[in-house]
Design a protein around this ligand. Sequence first.
Ligand SMILES: [Zn+2]
Length: 446
Amino acid sequence: MKLVIDGARIWDGASGFHDVGTIVIDGGKIEAVLTGSERDKYRIPADAETIEGDSKLAVPGLINAHTHLYSSLARGMALSNYSPRTFTEILEQLWWRLDKALDPSSVRMSAIVGAMEAARCGVTTLIDHHASPHAVTGSLTAVKKAVNDDVGLRGAFCYELSDRDGMEIRDEGIEENLDFLSTDDPSDQMSTALFGLHASFTLSDDSLSKVAETIPEGAGVHIHVAEGPEDEDQCHAEHGMRIVKRLDKFNLLRDRSVLAHCLHINEEEKDLVAESKAIVVHNPRSNMNNAVGVFDMDGFLKREITVGLGTDGLGANMLSELFTAGILQKVSTGNSLAAGFGDLQKILFDDNPQIASLLLGAQLGRIAPGYAADIALFDYDPPTPITAGNVLGHLLFGIAVHDMHVSDLIVAGRSVIRGDHFVNVDEDALYAQARAEASALWARIS
Ligand SMILES: [Zn+2]
């Protein structure tokens, strides 16, 4: 059955904008985008599902290139003994206390809630980095089920391997990644697997050797790189080399590898990343919140490195994350022209779809015939003209700044949110369950 979005404003994700158009979807893909006389002539099939697009703006479904769904139930959590002075202490005093308290039930609920909140923000694909050291085995299947089957989004999943909880849990982490990678079906464009690694400073040479020996040919890793300055300092002191070099030594710098943050890597390491075609993901709000440093956006872009955008678990609003990416560059350089619309559009609307398309084997990121039908519809009738030349201004200074949510969300041609309501899940019931789950989780944190 066809799905037809009739009479919406349409931005194709690149340079194409239509003040009024009709999107015809069939078999999970966009069949046609009709405007002008073509649209006048088109008769919507009687059995088609139709979404009235009046006053709505259709944009390509957004992608979050680095997130942690497991952190979804942390909101509002009060912690005793919390006074971090360094990034490592933030991990020790907050995130590593939370992840140890996760059990299978809270893993599932965190993933459902995180995916629902992402959907509300127009996100159709999540690249997740999961940790639950006392509930490792089977966790990736549970997260995938929540994202793909319960909510209906696409995802790339991995388990955050680390030595920090001892060798037994490390070995479970290796098995969990390998098991999940072994079930990865290349024809399934809703889900894919990466080999997750926490960060260089919590992984010994023995652990990285084991990863290098067992990771399947062609698979990528998903790792935090030089998020805090300590990561590079420790690598140099312990291993006599810098982090990117160390990853390269273990042959983990690959074209499907996702390197989150990369705040403290030097020029030589950036050159090595560029050569390897590995992917870098910028997470501005998380970096600002942790006071860990400023991303060298120009340094990566000028080397033609693929630079994605993620939230690092700090919410799911990719448009306000993009807005923040821009103002962070402006304030840190003292140049109000830094991070222009061209660079910002490239990161969220070219590079993120390129990353997700590579990982999932789908054609994502445009509202154009042949592309996967991943579409976000915002109820957005602006008080100023909107054209091909200023759509990004509307997305950033209209939708992002006013924190507007989607009215409708379509993933692979299927409605996930329809007329402000989730199609597949009962939001009120799940949020009530999530509040109970969160209280129990907080009570377990020591
Ligand atoms: Zn992260």
